[in-house]
Design a protein. Structure first.
Length: 394
């Protein structure tokens, strides 16, 4: 993938295996942002909304992301944060099942999704309940009281991947509406929302899509669903005629009704540039390559430190594009490895996590990471007290 690796700014001497948390800078993003700042904002001022197409960014970029997740044109809208998007999806989904009171998720779901659900259900009252079960118990927990199944396809800690098509079908057969969080899926694994027929999905763009820190999230709403719900978090740009400034909210058609606030124009410029790297890419091939690289890394790490416990499944269909291990000294090991020039990350309580993004990660990177990890283990470099102190961001 040397042709796509050249699209990214990768600091000299660094092996970057943390793109599952924050993707590296696409070289084109800097010039795209500069053009937006100088030629559009600088020269056109407020005319940029009309002349530079700023107002159309959420839909246009939504369609570009839609091609990566198997979504039909007009069903994906970009903007806001992922937690807001999950809140919107859940509020809409509950409207579709007014006679049911349980939202089902798994204990491995990203905590922010669960926080958003807890807050919404407490605000609604009326006996709503958030129920979480082990990942392998989700299907058995589907019952006549479940209004919504809300899951993250790829577990952020272990990299284990739900069978999206199967669980969507099982939930819908049980009468529930389905929401998928695609934060660790989009740009990393093949996704086909149209075929699996899920009602809602959401995801972020700063991980495998490489759109930068704070980049906007996206929301997917199946075409036949959007017209049936009123956004609980309604904003002026979700209005059918926002510049009429009417006091009552009249929702726009399709996923546009889920727009809330003003588009983050500079962040969307970065996203637009970042998505160029995916043009012509086959997600099936990218994921297969990621799995092969992850297995190479796993073999080397486990050889250096047999005490590591592998958490990520080996079967490609059952995993995302990361490899995770657990070890009681996991945090210190990751910090020692970073000091060796190999950047991965840590997730509580004891997980070493490494993202494998074949757009820029190569066999040479993996081999360098294995060599560095061997030095960390052989020299017990992780035992330095400086590596035991947790930083604010892990």
């Amino acid at each position: 993938m040397s042709d796509t690796r050249d699209l990214f700014h990768l600091p000299e001497g660094i092996v970057y295996l943390d793109g599952n948390s924050l993707g590296p800078l696409p070289k084109a993003a800097s010039s795209r942002i500069a053009r937006t700042v100088e030629a559009e904002w600088g020269e056109r001022l407020i005319n940029g909304w009309n002349e530079a197409g700023w107002m159309d960014q959420p839909a246009r970029l939504g369609n570009r992301i839609g091609r990566l997740i198997g979504a039909a044109p007009g069903t994906v809208v970009v903007g806001e944060t992922l937690t807001i998007r999950i809140f919107q999806c859940l509020a809409a989904a509950l409207q579709l099942r007014p006679d049911r009171r349980v939202v089902l998720s798994d204990t491995g779901n990203f905590p922010s999704d669960l926080y958003a659900a807890q807050g919404l259900l407490e605000a609604l009252g009326r006996g709503y309940q958030l129920k979480t079960v082990a990942s392998d118990a989700v299907e058995d927990a589907l019952g006549p009281d479940v209004a919504v199944l809300m899951l993250t396809e790829v577990d952020y800690r272990t990299g284990a991947r739900h069978d999206m098509a199967h669980l969507t079908r099982a939930a819908q057969d049980a009468g529930a509406v389905v929401i998928w969080d695609l934060a660790h899926s989009t740009g990393a694994v093949p996704v086909d929302l149209t075929t699996c027929n899920a009602e809602f999905a959401a995801g972020c763009t700063y991980k495998y899509l490489n759109a930068g820190p704070g980049a906007p999230a996206f929301l997917y709403a199946r075409a036949d669903i959007s017209e049936l719900v009123q956004p609980a978090l309604a904003g002026w740009l979700g209005h059918a005629a926002p510049f009429d400034f009417t006091p009552e909210f009249i929702p726009a058609g399709g996923a546009t009704r889920f727009r809330v606030g003003t588009p983050p124009v500079l962040q969307m410029a970065a996203l637009d540039a970042a998505l160029d790297a995916f043009e012509g890419q086959d997600l099936e091939l990218l994921h297969a390559r990621a799995c092969a690289l992850a297995e190479r890394l796993a073999e080397g790490f486990l050889s250096a430190c047999p005490e590591l416990e592998r958490l990520t499944p080996s079967e490609p269909a059952a995993r995302g594009s990361q490899i995770s291990f657990s070890h009681p000294k996991g945090y210190a090991m990751v910090q020692a490895l970073i000091a060796q020039g190999v950047i991965g990350d840590f997730r509580a309580p004891d997980i070493l996590r490494f993202g494998i993004a074949p757009l820029y990660v190569t066999e040479a990177d993996v081999d360098a990471a294995i060599t560095a990890f061997g030095r960390v283990i052989a020299g017990q470099l992780w035992d330095d007290p400086a590596y035991a102190t947790h930083k604010p961001v892990t």
